[in-house]
Design a protein around this ligand. Structure first.
Ligand code: FAD
Length: 445
């Protein structure tokens, strides 16, 4: 018998339930990836991610070949192409990982219509604990992180699966070339499963608890692109971190729980990718010039500009910088979180619908934050998380001559370079503009 395994966001051999089941249930396995124009049409195929994906697919193909198989790439509608290949090969089963987005759900439905009960959908491939595996009484997802975290810790978790061997992919199947793209970032991380496993091995967990908010130390794992494309399984990563142990590993696992948390919210509320999770009847301002200044890292607030330039140059941004740049857009400039989320998705190599949209909603106060009115004042954030200004100095070189923390308030310095803009809004209003600019619709005449 022959089985097809349709790869989506699980581009790995280790701990891959769909691949494992395909190998266990059949003599021959055809690993398939479909480049679907619907992803491009939805604007999700941004150059940095497409370039990284192409590298991941090449790495997956190399690893599959070592296991006696190879990757077949086809182009077109995923359900149609998969059904066509199933007919060509007489496949008895098609295995795929369960997704959480609306797009992934629709794809699953269409695969089901085309393949009937030959389709096998595997839960628990994208997250450590599958969405819906733990639930509060009478609800279809957790809306608050702390009780979710508690329930998550009690949830059963799978023992990581070994990579399969002896896949025996038939020789005579014709495939399309791998997708290619030129990234906009200067340099992307090395793509693929092998690079992901190396990155984990080289990254030290010990200081994570103390350093993960320190912008200049840059002490986080940088594993997010690998988690997004499934080069590493979140489930295996939790096991590996628990084996390392210590405060750092514990704090790291907690971040992976945030990832699972946002995925289970999106799985239950796929509309939250665009619509406010908790509508607050707010009107956002529209100001194309302020939006452009934010995007281009010219707000005149060095800490905000540093984050935005790190994003443009590398396709990645430190979590603390994501928080404060997002808060600046949504709560200080009071521009629609969706315009910020779109810009992030255009650049982030780890750009992920669940993590990006729901973190944006959290910051904007339309999401799951239990304190939706909290504002991250960029100056306070700069003093706390980049006290010596080293992060700003790295990304805003024209300010590098300003000493220590003075770099965060260039408008106070006589040595402010002429080319660097004055603050877009009065520096002392950043935490308050929300209250003055935000006009709840229901109080309008
Ligand atoms: P580490 O600190 O090493 O954390 C390990 C892993 O835990 C990360 O790789 C990630 O998978 C997960 N994680 C960490 N923090 C969070 C979080 N707050 N929410 C969900 N998962 C988390 N993450 C993405 O993967 N893709 C996105 O598109 C994305 N957009 C974001 C947008 C905003 C406005 C904010 C505030 C956060 C966003 N995040 C996103 C979450 C977080 O910033 C990144 O996951 C993290 O910075 C990646 O770096 P790292 O791998 O070194 O993280």
């Amino acid at each position: 018998t022959l089985a097809i395994v349709l790869f989506t966001q699980d581009l790995r051999l280790h701990d891959n339930p769909a691949l494992h089941a395909a190998r266990t249930g059949a003599d021959q396995v055809v690993p398939l990836f479909v480049t679907d124009p619907a992803v491009t049409a939805a604007g999700f195929a941004a150059p940095n991610r497409t370039a990284f994906l192409a590298g991941c697919l090449a790495d997956l193909d190399a690893n599959l070949r070592r296991a006696g198989g190879r990757l077949l790439v086809r182009e077109g509608d995923t359900a149609e192409q998969t059904a066509k290949l199933a007919a060509e090969t007489g496949a008895a089963a098609v295995h795929v990982a369960a997704g959480v987005s609306g797009y992934a759900r629709r794809r699953e439905q269409r695969l089901r219509r085309a393949l009937g009960d030959r389709l096998r959908v595997h839960e628990g491939s994208l997250t450590a604990v599958p969405p819906g595996a733990v639930l509060p009484a009478g609800r279809d997802h957790y809306a608050v992180f702390t009780p979710y975290h508690r329930a998550w810790q009690q949830a059963p978790r799978r023992t990581p699966l070994p990579p399969p061997r002896d896949l025996r992919t038939p020789e005579d199947l014709r495939g399309a070339p791998l997708p290619t793209a030129t990234p906009t970032a200067r340099r992307l991380p090395d793509p693929g499963e092998d690079a992901a496993r190396r990155a984990w091995q080289h990254w030290r967990t010990e200081n994570y608890a103390d350093l993960h908010d320190d912008l200049a130390a840059d002490g986080t794992s940088h594993l997010s692109p690998y988690l997004h494309f499934g080069c590493l399984s979140a489930n295996e990563l939790v096991h590996l971190a628990e084996r390392r142990g210590g405060h750092g590993a514990e704090a790291f696992v907690r971040q992976l729980v945030w990832r699972d948390f946002h995925h289970q919210v999106l799985a239950a509320r796929p509309d939250a990718a665009r619509a406010d999770y908790r509508p607050r009847h707010d009107r956002w301002r529209e100001d194309p010039e302020e939006l452009a200044a934010w995007r281009e890292g010219r707000t005149g607030f060095p800490i905000v500009d540093a984050g935005m330039r790190q994003l443009a140059e590398t396709g990645w941004m430190h979590n603390r910088a994501r928080l404060l740049t997002a808060s600046f857009l949504a709560k200080s400039l009071y521009l629609d979180w969706r315009s910020g989320a779109d810009h992030f998705l255009h650049h982030l190599v780890d750009g992920d619908l669940a993590n990006n949209q729901l973190n944006w909603q959290w910051v904007a106060g339309t999401g799951t934050d239990t304190r939706p009115n909290r504002v991250l004042n960029p100056l306070t954030q700069a003093d706390r998380y980049d006290p010596d200004g080293a992060y700003v100095r790295r990304w805003v070189p024209e300010l590098a001559h300003l000493p220590g923390g003075a770099i965060h308030r260039p408008w106070k310095s006589v040595r402010r370079p002429a080319g660097y803009p004055l603050p877009l809004i009065p520096p002392d209003s950043t935490g308050h503009r929300l209250r003055t600019a935000r006009i709840p619709q229901d109080t309008l005449p």
